[in-house]
Each structure stands twice: as structure tokens, then as C-alpha cells.
Write a protein that binds this ligand. Sequence first.
Ligand code: 0X9
Ligand code: ZN
Length: 294
Amino acid sequence: EPLHSQYMSFCQIERFLADMAQTYPDRINVTSIGKSVEGRDIWLAHLKPTNPLDKSIWVEAGLHAREWISPAVALHLIHRLIHNSSMAGIDAFIIPMANPDGYVYTWTTNRFWRKNRRILASNCDGVDLNRNWDFHFGVGASTDPCSEVYKGPSAFSEPETRALRDAMLKEKDNMVLVLALHSFGQNLLYPWGWSKTVQAPGRDELIATGKVFTFAARKATDVKYNVINSAGDFYFASGATDDWALGMLKTKYAYTLELRDKGTWGFSLPSDNIADCSEEVWQGLNAMVNDIVS
Ligand code: 0X9
Ligand code: ZN
């Protein structure tokens, strides 16, 4: 089955989502929340519980085009949430592909493309969608269009980040967790990314619940993830999804999860990792959600 063994093209992702929505209409709704620069849909999968608790989680994947394991894991989570009764009562909102233009470009032209496909009035293209959110916009992000971390001309200048923002705002009241899937490094990053000295609200809980994730993930596949601080232990980077969720939506738990591996393959992670990587994320996420809602 392609879901378990191979990376999917954008067309295959769209077909998979349409199939799931048609086959399991009681379990999943799939809607377009807006369009990319080049006019592709950004899809939101809403996984519906049978007895809603009015608590939800938000999972974003594929914001960085070359991080192929991210959408692959998100599609697995969708599959598992349809066929599994765990996380009972929790609504899950999953964006399996937040940057479709960039992703298509990594399939057709440049496997290591990161940004979106905004054509700029410069000799370089693309905005880093994980520097474009409006929370301390501009700290640890570049004003140079040729940079891989170009923040864009203004906060929310890109249709992709605007679509994500608006969809998250609609669901913010019940949202207890925002998880942005990226690669690579096997780190669970907690905010802030914009400051080393200002501590994020709920920092101790962010760390403790993060460790619940890493413990369960390790138990599942024996792969080790570390809980670290974005700016303090990693590098300054503002305008990311996680900081915006914590700072503006006031979601209690917001993280960036850097998936496999630790650099051996990096972005070129072989597809035979998809099943196991999805398994550890599934187990980790379940443990984390149980910890948050209990
Ligand atoms: O730099 C990023 O956008 C993320 N790492 S990646 O290698 N996937 O590009 C980390 C973002 C961590 N979160 C914040 N800095 N807020
Ligand atoms: Zn990334």
C-alpha cells in the first residue's frame, strides 16, 4: 500500500484525502481553506470524534517543501485517526500539505527547495512560510529574498500563511495543542523562537508534556527525541507557527516537531522510514494528548 511505503506526490495526496472523505464521511471532513500562490488548494482534514469533548488539536505539515517525512507522517495520522478509537473525544484538525507549490517544485525541479513559490522582484524566489507569521515578526529572519529564511515583505504577505491563520482562528477556542511537523533532527522544540531571555508562558508544562511525547515515542520504536527550547538550544527564528499559536492564539501547548533523522539522510530520508516514524509520532501524540486532557 503506497501510504505505508512511499512518499506521495501532491496529486496522490489530494486523491488520498478525497478517497478518505468519500469512504468515511462520518469520520473525516476535508475542506479547502484557501489557495497557494500558484492556485493549489490547501486542504484541512477534520477528524471527528463520536463523542466530542470540545477539545481539539491542530497538526500542520509540509510548510517546508523539502521535508517530505512531514506530510507522510500527517497522512498516516489521518489514516490512524480514521481507523482507531484512541484519542477518543478529541477533534483533530490536520493540514497535511501547507505549502503545495513548494512541494510540487521539490518533485519537478529542485528536491531541496524550502520556501513557497512566490516570484519576487529580485533574482531569487520564495518566502520562508515559517518566518512569515505576525508575532515578533522579523527577529532571526532575513530581509534578503535570496535567503532560505526570507521573512517576506510583511507579516502574512503570503496566501498560505493567511489561509492557515484564518483556519486556526476559527478553531482556536477548543484548541489545546498545536504541533508543526518538520524535519530533521529528532527534536521537539518549544517556544519561544523569537527570544532566548523571555520565557514562554507555561514553560514547565511545555517541557513536561514534551517529555511525555519523547518517552512514548522511544518506547514505540526505540528512536530518541529530545525536548529543547527553540531560541535557547537551537537558533533564533521568529514568525513561526508555534510562536504565533502560543503568543497570539494563546494555545496552551505549541511545538515544532523535527522528525527523523539526525542528519545521516536529512531531507532525503528513505521512504522505508515512513511507517516507523509515523508509529513513534502516533504513540507520542496519543500519550501527549492524554496527558494534556487528563
Ligand atoms: O527553522 C525552522 O523553521 C524550524 N526548523 S527547520 O529545520 N524545519 O526549518 C524550526 C522552527 C522552530 N520554532 C521557532 N523557532 N519558533
Ligand atoms: Zn522545517
